[in-house]
Design a protein around this ligand. Structure first.
Ligand code: APR
Ligand code: ZN
Ligand code: ZN
Length: 361
């Protein structure tokens, strides 16, 4: 039977979001309906609202979520009603050319629900990143549901579904930070702080945080930054070189998505250093670089899509690390809010006041 729930809808570019009734069909083959417990407010939700992702309005926003599977459709065996899950926006299909060559973490045909959720008048909704979890319940592909230990509180667990996973994965999966390496992270939002945390638990001997905001730099220390650089006060590249005995870092991680910080990250490396880009650029951005600098410095430049994560491997790992006290995911949660406070949370995010606001449902 179709269910009616509350959901946060973006109707047009730049227009404030509204809380409306969303109709959710029963799960069809391969689908699941998930009762959402918590959903973090991510920049990508704001980008959808601004029309910066695509123009398939109206959007049902929200995609960093944890909840409990309520019902599943035909042929679903990966999860069952009652399972505590984190929703992933990468659900490897198993059949695309990347999956077939053993790289499901790069799946090119990630699964989503086939049926549509709608507004009362029948208008079909586009769920953000194929999830749409600023809602009491949502409909997803069952393979988007990743079972984790229910002992982890949903406000912390949900964040693993996007930004926190991207940051940890940039350090652990893409850069593969090794014990004793030096690392610089550009941008200390939720993504950058998770990269800092990931580098620290990997045994990096120096983790240099770069930001333009003192408060963010202070928080970065709490995630394991050994040094902080305010790039409005000093030259970031020069300072990183000074902090590393004149050499530069082994690994530079860009977690903002700007040409100028990508350039700083590029030049802050030692010879043969690795550059990882996890910040998402706007479609119009360009990056110019003398080719000899790229060739002559050696090393590598690697984009990190969603932290190169394999959700079924990496979500339970981070949850277990949290429960074992290796990491404390609750440090990413700046505030818990109600579903009617998403618009205000966007403004707090724009003003840089929070790492993550999390909607509790
Ligand atoms: N130099 C240094 N730091 C900067 C600069 C700059 N020029 N501009 C912004 N910052 C800092 C901000 O002060 C903030 O602390 O970068 C940080 C960005 O953090 P958030 O806005 O909270 O973004 P976050 O959620 O961490 O995501 C970062 O990763 O997944 C992508 O789409 C996401 O591109 C975004 C990036
Ligand atoms: Zn695939
Ligand atoms: Zn996100």
């Amino acid at each position: 039977m179709t269910q009616r729930v509350r959901g946060v809808i973006a109707h047009g570019a730049g227009a404030p979001v509204s809380l409306e009734t969303v109709l959710i069909p029963d799960p069809g083959p391969g689908e699941a309906v998930v009762d959402i417990a918590a959903c973090g407010v991510c920049h990508t939700d704001l980008h959808y609202r601004e029309g910066a992702i695509n123009d398939e309005f109206p959007f049902l926003l929200g995609h960093e979520a944890a909840g409990v599977v309520e019902s599943v459709g035909e042929g679903v065996n990966e999860v069952a009603p009652g399972d505590y899950v984190i929703l992933a926006w990468r659900a490897p299909c198993g059949t695309c050319r990347s999956c077939r060559r053993g790289k499901p973490h790069l799946c090119f045909e990630s699964a989503n629900a086939s049926q549509k959720m709608t507004l009362e008048d029948g208008t079909e909704l586009s769920p953000a990143l194929g999830i749409g979890a600023f809602a009491d319940k949502t409909l997803v592909a069952a393979s988007q549901c990743v079972k984790v230990d229910p002992a982890a509180p949903p406000e912390a667990a949900g964040l693993i579904g996007c930004g926190v996973m991207a940051g940890f994965g940039a350090a652990l999966n893409t850069a593969r930070v090794q014990r004793g390496e030096t690392v610089a992270v550009f941008g200390c939002g939720g993504v950058g702080d998770a990269a800092i945390y990931g580098a620290a638990i990997s045994g990096a001997r120096k983790v240099i945080a770069v930001d333009i905001d003192e408060q963010k730099l202070e928080w970065a220390r709490g995630f394991g930054a050994t040094d902080t650089v305010n790039s409005t006060e000093v030259d970031a590249v020069e300072t990183i070189r000074e902090l590393t005995g004149g050499l530069g870092v082994d690994v530079a991680i860009e977690a903002i998505g700007l040409p100028q910080t990508l350039e700083q990250a590029f030049f802050s490396r030692d010879l043969a250093g690795r550059l990882v880009m996890v910040g998402v650029p706007a479609p119009t951005m360009k990056w110019e670089m003398p080719m000899i600098e790229f060739f002559g410095r050696g090393g590598s430049m690697q984009p990190s899509w969603y932290g190169d994560c394999l959700p079924t491997r990496d979500f339970p790992m981070l949850i277990d690390h949290h429960l074992n006290g290796v990491i404390d995911l609750s440090k990413f949660v700046s505030e818990k809010i109600g579903i009617e406070e998403v618009e205000e949370a966007f403004h707090k995010m724009e003003r840089g006041e929070v790492l993550r606001s999390v909607v509790m449902l």
